[in-house]
Ligand binder design. Structure first.
Ligand code: SF4
Length: 194
């Protein structure tokens, strides 16, 4: 069976019980959609952000607002398409007023969904976008300014930490670093191809 088709079936089965999830407080704080993720279920590169924003909450898809447009622009400069990668978030429901998810919300959602998504997709490289994504993945507080550009390995998967595109929209001086980190993640999967 085609691996992408098979993995998509597994992801659909994983998501089905959680379309109205209330396992953490974010399920009852005004969320419209649970935003599970999108892209190639057999991707070698996976991006993980913090959580859905307003546009994502309305459309039910990750990174479709201004941050997503910036990501698309960077991908285009690197010759990559969204359909080549899988994109998700640490928490799948929009935090009210886009506040940072709590460590309880991140851990709950990671255990319910993200860890299982990673186990199904089995990416070679994960690129975390922003400090919350890395914090949620490592389950400890981090300073993204100190960790971006370093090499991390989590459960045998190489992790490239970088800024969140929303941060770069507010601080355009970070664009070259964000672009460089994403380029490095792409190069890693090319070197890592089986
Ligand atoms: S953020 Fe995750 S754990 Fe919390 S309600 Fe949404 S899907 Fe469930």
């Amino acid at each position: 069976m085609n691996p992408a088709y098979y993995k998509q079936q597994l992801l659909d089965e994983l998501y089905r019980p959680y379309v109205k999830c209330i396992e953490c407080p974010l399920g009852t704080l005004g969320r419209t959609h649970v935003v599970f993720g999108s892209g190639n279920p057999d991707a070698r590169l996976m991006f993980i952000g913090e959580g859905p924003g307003q546009d994502e909450d309305i459309q039910g898809k990750p990174f479709v607002g201004r941050s997503g447009k910036l990501l698309n622009t960077i991908f285009a400069t690197l010759g990559l398409e969204r359909s080549h990668v899988y994109i998700s978030n640490i928490v799948k429901c929009r935090p009210p007023q886009n506040r940072k998810p709590t460590s309880f919300e991140m851990k709950t959602c990671k255990d319910l969904l993200l860890t299982k998504q990673i186990n199904i997709i089995r990416p070679k490289v994960i690129c975390t976008l922003g400090s919350s994504a890395l914090e949620g993945l490592l389950e400890r507080p981090v300073k993204i300014g100190q960790l971006r550009g370093t090499k991390l390995v989590v459960n045998g998967i190489e992790v490239v930490p970088t800024y969140h595109p929303a941060y770069v929209l507010r601080n355009p001086a970070g664009l070259p670093e964000l672009t460089r980190d994403i380029k490095r993640a792409f190069e890693l999967i090319q070197n890592n191809s089986q």
